[in-house]
Design a protein. Sequence first.
Length: 154
Amino acid sequence: MGVKVKPAARRNARQFALQAIYTWQIAKGNVADIEAQFLAADKYEEEDEHQKTEPLLRDPETDVAYFRILFSGVALSHQELDSKMRPYLSRPLQDLDDMEHALLRLAMYELIKCDDVPYKVVINEAIELAKRFGAEDSHKFVNGVLDKAYPRLR
């Protein structure tokens, strides 16, 4: 039997992975460099008063190993993920908002590669991230894409 992972720790890992994927898409930087920046950023953000309500990547309440799996996995397989999501999009891939694109890549990766995560969890977590980081109705779009995609991906 495997180790039980706290849902909050995975939720935090997804949040950081989404932010890292978004940064990687925009900056087109080296994955290892971006990961190192995210891991080092906590050292400086700890002292910032308004950050105390936000999780830190090196917090015990964040699954850092899962963050690394998600971020590197999406970066390594982004072309495969894009081709698998394309049939379920209502608009061309290049018309996606950068945050939506990052979020769909993250969720598609979990649906395809993370069999230990139930598809309902993947979809619900993606919707919550879209509500938090996406445009106003982004969560509806993300929900629609993932709802159509998951039966053929699992």
